[in-house]
Structure formats: C-alpha cells, structure tokens
Design a protein around this ligand. Structure first.
Ligand SMILES: [Zn+2]
Length: 232
C-alpha cells in the first residue's frame, strides 16, 4: 500500500462515523473499514494517556484511503481526554467498567505517576457497563465483529496478550518490548478481561515511558504496519 505523501499527513483521509455519544455529549467516532473488519485498534480509553490517541492519529493520517479491513477509534474516552483525567467525566475508570465475569464494585486504585503508590481512587461504575462510552464500544464490537482488537495504553512498555497470539508475538519482536500474559496486577472489569470471557482476541499494546516524540518515532511506524497489514 502506497502511503500518502508527507505533505498530506495533516488530515485524516476519510470521515468517521459516530458509534455513540459520551456523557458530556461528545461524539464517539470510528473510522470504519470498507469491508469485513479483521482488526480494531482503539486508543484513549484512559484520558491521561493522550499519547496513544496522538500516535494512532499520526499513523491513520498516512493511509491513502479507507482501510479494507481495519477499524480505528482514536478516542474511546473523549471526556477524559478533554479533561485530562484517567476516568470519564463521571469519575469512572472505563477499563474497569466492562461486564467481565471478574467485574467488582470496589474502588479502583491507580498510580499518579509510575513511581507512586496506587493511592488515587476511581470508580468502576455503579454496575458493569454503566457508562455510555463502555456500552457504545461493546455495541461497536458486536457490530464490527473484529477477529482481533488492539487496545493502546501507556506507559508499562509491554505487549499483553493472555492468549499469546501470533500477532502479539510479532509485535513484541517488532517493538523489542516483552510479551506478557498480564500486566502484573488484577484488572477486574477491564476490556481485556471482558474480551477473554467472550473469546475475543485482545492485545494490550502498552507504550513505554518516554518523551512523546520518542514514542512517535518508535511506535507510529509499527501502528502504520498494523493499519496497512504489512510488515507485521
Ligand atoms: Zn491505560
């Protein structure tokens, strides 16, 4: 696939559809493929990880046209991205709000920075899939029926795939990051847990802790390969 000339990288080459609306009324956008969706990539489910949105957008902007079989969600939690919060506008960590068998109602503790203790409290939601952003992403996956999903996060620096899929192995080789079966702590109600319950193949692609331009240099080319289905 011939990529767009650099001079065109300022814009996204085709229009998204809306797959729902956030709590604050922001459209949830998906760049759909032309045909059957084989791979869905989504970023920005944690609003304090905007580098995932930025990197995926930069990769998408290099495509010449609508992908035959890749779908892209740049901002799964637009309210969190607008406000710079990990959770959505209701203070819910969306990645603990999915109706997985292991969902639990206790507060979710997370770290303010990678060196800190996990002492910042968020809600997993009053019940599983209580949040509009969670329900919309579930409905989108039900409609697209992707063969595999890649969720972008930061900054743990690993490729997490409980199923150790061939694509996850290639991604670990390509990025030089370790392939792991979990991130080392429980993630009840996470997107990955929900996917595992359904038999949906989910890879969590965790960017490392690095300056934004270093992440762009190292990971945008990998995302372009994922979006074009070449090299990976
Ligand atoms: Zn995250």
């Amino acid at each position: 696939m011939k990529l767009r000339p650099r001079s065109d990288w300022g814009t996204i080459p085709w229009e998204p559809d809306h797959y729902g609306t956030s709590h604050l009324g922001v459209p949830l956008e998906v760049w759909r493929p032309n045909g059957k969706c084989r791979l869905l990539l989504f970023a920005g489910v944690h609003g304090e990880e905007p580098e995932t949105t930025y990197a995926l957008s930069r990769a998408l902007r290099q495509l010449p046209d609508r992908s035959p079989d890749r779908a892209v969600v740049l901002a799964a939690n637009p309210d969190g991205l607008l406000r710079g919060t990990r959770g959505n506008a209701r203070g819910v960590d969306l990645n603990r709000n999915f109706p997985a068998r292991n969902w639990q109602p206790n507060p979710v503790m997370h770290r303010s920075t990678i060196e800190d203790q996990s002492d910042i409290r968020l809600s997993p939601g009053p019940k599983p899939a209580s949040e509009p952003e969670t329900r919309a992403l579930i409905a989108l996956i039900d409609e697209l029926k992707p063969e595999q999903v890649i969720a972008l996060h930061a900054p743990l620096g690993c490729i997490d795939d409980a199923g150790q899929s061939p694509l996850a192995r290639r991604l670990a080789d390509r990025t030089g990051m370790p392939l792991v079966r979990d991130v080392g702590y429980p993630t009840p109600g996470s997107f990955g847990s929900w996917g595992a319950d359904l038999g949906l193949a989910v890879i969590t692609y965790e960017f490392p802790l690095a300056a934004t331009e270093v992440l762009m240099r190292d990971h945008v080319p990998v995302l372009v390969e994922l979006l074009t289905g070449t090299g990976l």
